[in-house]
Design a protein around this ligand. Structure first.
Ligand SMILES: C[S@@+](CC[C@H](N)C(=O)[O-])C[C@H]1O[C@@H](n2cnc3c(N)ncnc32)[C@H](O)[C@@H]1O
Length: 253
């Protein structure tokens, strides 16, 4: 894992939060104009467009990736959103509490939150944790969240293999979406957000141990999202929900 980058700021008004962020991560802090194109670091964090963004050299001047807290295209905007897609079927309609042990860009956590599940999140990458925290702060400001007095998902930062063993209450479901090695060279269709995550974090080689920890800690089920070509992580699943390029394997206790 090569999580060394630079925090950059383009605007003096954002110096203080940028400095605090750089201190938390132990990263250098630089003003954007001071950054040379030959900078040895490949990744940058910057407060831009009212959110925290992860940048690479192409997006340094403009753009970047943030945790997107709005519904996905095609998703209903009502709350709670209907539990009708494959993810909801795998998680189970009667499930109430879900721990997402591999939060990443939080797109699955947020979809579950919008469906009304009680979601707790775990992420071990300090960089991703900063991006998630920023996203959840923006989520908490949304009208639909405030008017219903919904609590944003809690975020625990650390290795889920250890944190799951210390949960005070067993959740109904533990959800896992670790990084699997790509089968073939990544295509343009691979979402940029996932490609950049792979570049920074690499594959999650301890995913078998993560499954074992989740199986121990769950109250009722473990759900694993995996690419269609990968072997089921926990052996033969109780149920599987097959999508176009991915699969949700469900293990019932
Ligand atoms: C493929 S991404 C998850 C994407 C996520 N489902 C989404 O919707 O954006 C995997 C993430 O899980 C995290 N992760 C993997 N193993 C972990 C572990 N043992 N403990 C905590 N986080 C872990 C990685 O750091 C990475 O951010």
């Amino acid at each position: 894992m090569s999580e060394q980058g630079v925090v950059v700021y383009a605007d003096d008004a954002l110096f203080a939060p940028s400095q605090a962020l750089a201190e938390r991560l132990g990263w250098p802090l630089l003003a954007l104009p001071a950054l040379s194109a030959e900078s040895p670091q490949a990744f940058f964090l910057c407060y831009r467009d009212a959110c925290l963004k992860l940048l690479d050299k192409q997006t340094l001047k403009k753009g970047g990736l943030a945790v997107d807290v709005d519904p996905r295209p095609g998703e209903q905007h009502s709350y709670p959103a209907p539990k009708k897609d494959l993810l909801a079927q795998a998680i189970g309609k009667k499930t109430k509490t879900v721990v997402d042990a591999t939060t990443g860009w939080a797109q699955d956590s947020l979809a579950l939150f919008r469906m009304g599940y009680d979601v707790q999140c775990i992420e071990r990458s300090p960089v991703m944790a900063e991006l998630i925290r920023d996203g959840f702060q923006r989520l908490a400001q949304k009208d639909w969240v405030q008017s219903r007095q919904l609590q944003r998902p809690a975020l625990m930062v650390g290795n889920a293999i250890e944190l799951l063993a210390r949960l005070p209450d067993a959740p109904d479901c533990i959800y896992l979406d670790p990084m699997f090695p790509p089968k073939r060279k990544q295509t343009a269709a691979t979402r940029k957000s996932m490609a950049i995550l792979r570049e920074i974090l690499g594959d999650d080689l301890d995913r078998a141990d993560l499954f074992a920890a989740a199986w121990q800690a769950t109250g009722k089920r473990v759900v694993v999202k995996s690419p269609d070509y990968a072997e089921p992580l926990g052996g033969k699943p109780s149920e599987s929900y097959q999508g176009k390029l991915l699969r949700y394997d469900v293990y019932l206790k």
